[in-house]
Design a protein around this ligand. Structure first.
Ligand code: SF4
Length: 446
């Protein structure tokens, strides 16, 4: 059968989609791009905001329109949350919750059989189990989900209710998967999870990640770094409070860990952080940064900030902007607060209008652009090690593009396409020549 996937939402979902694709490939089926005609479509949904719910429904309807005979499956968080609300959608044939994602192949095949379409279950012929378009969607960076669940209960977030209790995979299990990825040629892995800092607190010694000082996570990273073939380990997101002298000292000894830290901030104003039920202050945040900058040369510190949280005043927003400038983030992902039914923040008084949210988002994005350029100027060296990922077209010209350890995008003019393709998925030393545009630097192979 031909099967197509679409992923919405977070990196954990991207990771789980990869797992599902692999299960179908191993069963002999062919993965095609989402805009191709398929026998089955899987939308790995998201429910983080009311808008995410709407988008999940829209994509499911689109799949049904593409092939009304196909088995359209909604998988993941939207299913779990809509199940609780008793909502169902008529264009969806199968609903698969997070806990049942592993049974997906079986459930989709059963559904085809029920419709008398057994012939579709024949394995697709040929060596390659992916269409060219689907292969183009693949990347050189692999995500590994090391834990699930969260017990932080931020007031705007539905995840603890949808993804459930903390659950960490064993070190052996994660290492074995990393080895398989290395065998498939991946050189960079991104450690991901719903709350990565809590990795391992549900196993071994009792205590929160603060009491354990991130030790289980460090042990895991040390074990991953032993895997031959893996050259880079990137951490997808850390909670600021895990950054202590003891933690960073040991972390910095793991040389494969990239000097790129995504520390969620959400607001640079203590009163807003309190309303969000984030358990740190801006002082905790800057203390952590100081430690990171002591152990790493120009680390890339990236973050997420929500603007227009309920009751956010102009003064509170300005405090966030000033804090962002003070920290000199390498990159900020700016989100306009979006209401999510079932959360405390959704019931708070003082919801901010969409026009104010947009205006604040624009102002913070302007700061973000300046900070990103500033960071690039400061952090880019004369030569950089770049993991070449793909051929991209920028302003009408072809380039080989990839990222350095600090997640700065580097472009090298691609002369002959065949020569250029052989460079993909290699780590190359690149002499930096200048800026191609605000977010990409240009270089040449040494
Ligand atoms: S830390 Fe907060 S925002 Fe992140 S998943 Fe947990 S509750 Fe949601």
């Amino acid at each position: 059968m031909k099967i197509a996937f679409l992923t919405l939402g977070c990196k954990v979902n991207s990771y789980e989609t990869e797992k599902m694709k692999k299960a179908f490939e191993e069963a002999g089926h062919m993965i095609v791009a989402f805009d191709e005609k398929a026998d089955a479509y899987i939308v790995n949904t998201c429910t983080v905001t009311n808008i995410a719910d709407r988008k999940s429904r829209k994509m499911l309807h689109r799949a049904k329109r593409m092939n009304p005979e196909a088995v359209v499956t909604a998988a993941g968080c939207y299913v779990d949350s809509s199940e609780k609300k008793g909502e169902r959608d008529e264009s969806v044939d199968l609903f698969i919750s997070n806990k049942d994602k592993e049974k997906l192949v079986e459930m989709v095949c059963d559904e085809l059989k029920k419709r008398g379409l057994e012939d579709r279950l024949m394995p697709e012929h040929g060596e390659c189990k992916m269409s060219q378009a689907a292969l183009d969607e693949e990347h050189t960076r692999a995500y590994i989900k090391v834990q699930n669940g969260c017990n932080q209960y931020c007031t705007y977030c539905i995840i603890p209710f949808v993804r459930g209790e903390l659950h960490s995979r064993t070190v052996e299990d994660v290492v074995s998967e990393t080895q398989q990825l290395a065998d498939r040629g991946f050189q960079e892995v991104v450690i991901t999870g719903i709350h990565v800092s809590s990795y391992g607190v549900d196993k071994g010694k009792a205590g929160s990640f603060l009491e354990l000082e991130g030790e289980p996570l460090l042990e895991l990273l040390e074990a991953i770094s032993e895997v031959e073939g893996i050259e880079r380990i990137r951490l997808s997101s850390l909670e600021p409070r895990i950054i202590t002298e003891k933690f960073v000292k040991r972390l910095s000894a793991i040389k494969k860990v990239c000097p790129h830290f995504h520390l969620s901030l959400q607001s640079g104003c203590d009163t807003v952080l309190k309303r969000m039920n984030r358990h740190y202050t801006t002082k905790d945040y800057t203390d952590g940064l100081e430690i990171l900058r002591k152990y790493y040369d120009n680390p890339a510190v990236t973050t997420d900030i929500i603007v227009g949280f309920p009751q956010e005043t102009e003064e509170e927003f300005v405090e966030t902007c000033e804090f962002a400038k003070q920290v000199e983030f390498a990159q900020i992902h700016v989100f306009k607060y979006s209401r999510r039914q079932g959360t405390i923040a959704d019931k708070m008084e003082g919801q901010i209008t969409e026009s104010i949210k947009s205006e604040r988002s624009d102002r913070l994005l302007a700061i973000e652009r300046e900070l990103e350029i500033l960071y690039q100027k400061k952090a880019v060296k004369d030569t950089e090690e770049v993991l070449i990922e793909e051929i991209s077209e920028i302003d009408g010209k072809k380039y080989l593009t990839g990222y350095n350890e600090r997640y700065i995008r580097v472009a090298i003019p691609a002369e002959k396409e065949e020569d250029a393709l052989s460079r993909c998925n290699t780590i190359a030393t690149v002499r930096i020549l200048g800026h191609l545009n605000d977010s990409v630097v240009i270089g040449e192979f040494c």
